[in-house]
Design a protein around this ligand. Sequence first.
Ligand SMILES: Cc1ncc(COP(=O)(O)O)c(C=O)c1O
Length: 394
Amino acid sequence: MTAELRPTRRMLMGPGPSDVHDRVLRALSAPVLGHLDPEFLALMDGIQQMLRGLFKTENRMTMPMSGTGSAGMETCFVNLLEPGDAAVIGVNGVFGGRMAEVSERCGATVTKVEAPWGQIVPEDAMIETIRRVKPKVVGLVHAETSTGAWQPVEAIAAAAREVDALLILDCVTSLGGCPVEIDAWGVDAAYSGTQKCLSCPPGLAPVTLGDRAMAAVAARKHKVQSWYLDLSLLANYWGGERAYHHTAPISMNYGLYEALRMVFEEGIEARHARHRLHHEALYAGLQQIGIGLANQEGHRLPMLNPVEVPAGIDEASVRKELLERHNIEVGAGLGPLKGKVWRVGIMGASCSANHVALFLSALENALRSRGAKVGAGAAAAAMQHLEAAETAAR
Ligand SMILES: Cc1ncc(COP(=O)(O)O)c(C=O)c1O
């Protein structure tokens, strides 16, 4: 007999998935309805309405795609790009690189605007390239999870409009953790994932596409190469007809429904403020012991922190100790940041005073026991920051 399934309850403080709230876990175990049952269709309408509220959009085509964040990425690119089209993609980490790869697989000619990992993609270089290339699609990562860079969007979106290009924005890590304003910024298509600041398990990819994007889908010369992700077919399920396309993952949609309800109970702005405050507290704790962040000052994401590994420390052994002794998961650095940072996520349910305090004290202890010259009192400094903010708010 194989062993009973008994996963350990970890504190998930890596680049995702984040901790899943018990309310969402309970929703996942509710009785399964048929995917065309009127009760389930009403739940899907509720998800759609809440996603519009969260993406800050009126877009009719707003829904959870079945699949992880990458399915959201593919949905936007395979529907909007055809062979021979041009795309301009901002690349400053793993996920901009993946956008470029997906665009090439669609048969597009890709021009990359690159920036060092940890920095944002420079707006002037991006705008100049958009004006010169006049692409069909511009791709940008709002929150680059591989580095913690927080990309400004508005000026690039305006430049895309000037040349009639469609802007695709990756909001996998930003949605639910920092402001996302699809309509106000003029974003044509955006996608996210459930496992970051929404604190639902991985498995669905919220997407939203505006009228300009859907007009481009309708005007395609070639069929979308992916039957599963073809929005013209999916529109029949999400439109009035409710025609069968594929069997929706029922339980995951229950989970997302409850996770979104929790976002609106807390309030979108309050949720953003919580992420910002705990990021500041984490940073205050790190500074207390002399450790920095490896991303560009002024463009630091609240929910993903690239914490610098002190010289001479084997980062993997620290991660192992955090996991085995404290049940805390943090992520390793990727690409040029491999071995140089830990990626520390404070997303959704993993964004709390307890998470910040336990992580900082475990890190401080692990570093000291390895002979690193670190100061003392990281967790206390973080808690003082939180208390000062509470006092100021009273
Ligand atoms: C910014 C970004 N885009 C896309 C993805 C891909 O999402 P998934 O791994 O859920 O397919 C991720 C996952 O970490 C991400 O952080």
